[in-house]
Design a protein around this ligand. Structure first.
Ligand code: PEP
Ligand code: MN
Length: 361
């Protein structure tokens, strides 16, 4: 971080800025006095709130040199991160990992039949969604917690697959873990809810962090880095953090009303360039229409996504939640074809922002 002082800033003003950096944030400063006085901040400047520096008299500009999302950034971690989800199931690096299953658990029969359909199709991680965040709070939001968790455990038992489930209420975390949920999902609507991110930094289970549909790349990666950093609300490192974060792209609000959200395939190679974390994409929740899911899957994989999360339902016509965007047995063909595309593009490097690409083996 570089702080440029205004022309004519006094020595006292300069000292006040240096004091704030060194005393409030415990970082070091190096000052260059020339026509314009600049202060170079040394150390991890992620914790520095630019606004608190800019408000000091005599400060003209604050310029970040490295990303605020240090832990999630490729600048600080060149190689792809690979995350262990369960024995034989990994995400990131060369792996192409499929997360699928019903949007929500509606009944034991529906959940088990959908889970078996997902397993037969070849998914690696089963959606077992107990709590549901919905576009309208009047829509179906899941069964009562204990009943939902029992069914989630039965889905895992019946398929032998690890499970992913969205955590909406912080108070449910222990129950989720006790019920054997393997991966915790942070939904698009919760992606900036700091208390939830903070709580997930204290566990080791992998976290799928959805892209908030009103967030830019910097905000999304800051949320990921926050889970990884183990920081508390005062900006102190309070724990070791949770390194097992998987990013999931699902598009942002756009003016187009015929797709559910606007998904930009360019974001896929861009996020891979900026971050070492595994990146998957969700064609069900971005397209919002099963007729778009297959082609969107292939586009995301060709763009460099390291996995896909999508809705698979045993009987979409009767679904209480998002049936319109769920696929059925065709999930098997989609997964197999996506794997062929992934293999065909093997060896095409992912841009890492330097002249030496990291091979996308
Ligand atoms: C979901 O995956 O079920 C979901 C609600 O997605 P999103 O948080 O992206 O809306
Ligand atoms: Mn859904």
């Amino acid at each position: 971080m570089i702080i440029r002082m205004s022309p004519g800033a006094s020595i006292e003003q300069l000292e006040r800025v240096i004091n704030r950096i060194t005393q409030d944030y415990g970082l070091r400063c190096e000052t260059i006095v020339s026509d314009t006085t600049v202060i170079g901040v040394k150390g991890i400047a992620s914790v520095v709130d630019e606004g608190r520096i800019l408000e000091l008299p005599g400060v003209d500009r604050v310029i970040r040199i490295t990303e605020k999302y240090k832990d999630a950034s490729r600048s600080f971690h060149r190689d792809d991160s690979v995350i262990d989800i369960a024995p034989g199931v990994r995400a990131g690096g060369p792996h192409l990992t499929f997360f699928g299953g019903p949007c929500a658990i509606e009944s034991e029969k529906q959940a088990i039949e959908s889970a078996m359909m997902a397993k037969d199709a070849g998914v690696d991680v089963l959606r077992a969604f107990v709590d549901k965040s919905r576009t309208s709070p009047y829509d179906y939001r899941g069964l009562e917690l204990q009943k939902g968790l029992e069914i989630a455990a039965a889905m895992k038992e019946a398929t032998g697959l690890p499970t992913v489930s969205e955590l909406i209420d912080l108070r449910h975390l222990d129950a989720f873990l006790k019920a054997g949920i393997d991966v915790i999902q942070v939904g698009a609507r919760s992606a900036q809810y700091s208390p939830l991110l903070e709580e997930l930094s204290r566990i080791e289970n992998p976290v799928v962090l959805k892209h908030g549909f009103g967030n830019d790349l910097n905000e999304w990666l800051c949320a990921a880095a926050y889970i990884m950093s183990g920081m508390d609300r005062e900006g102190r490192v309070a724990g070791s953090g949770n390194r097992n974060v998987i990013l999931c792209y699902r598009g942002i609000k756009s003016f187009e009303s015929e797709t559910r959200f606007g998904a930009d395939t360019g974001m896929i190679p861009l996020v891979r360039m900026r971050s070492h974390l595994p990146l998957i994409a969700d064609p069900s929740h971005s397209g919002g229409d099963r007729r778009l899911v297959e082609r969107m899957t292939y586009a995301f994989v060709a763009a460099g996504a390291q996995g896909i999360e999508f809705d698979i339902h045993n009987n979409p016509a009767e679904a209480l939640c998002d049936g319109k965007q769920a696929v059925q047995e065709d999930a098997g063909r989609i997964i197999a074809t996506a794997r062929r595309i992934h293999a065909m593009l093997d060896g095409i490097g992912i841009e890492t922002g330097s002249s030496v690409p990291v091979a996308a083996v």
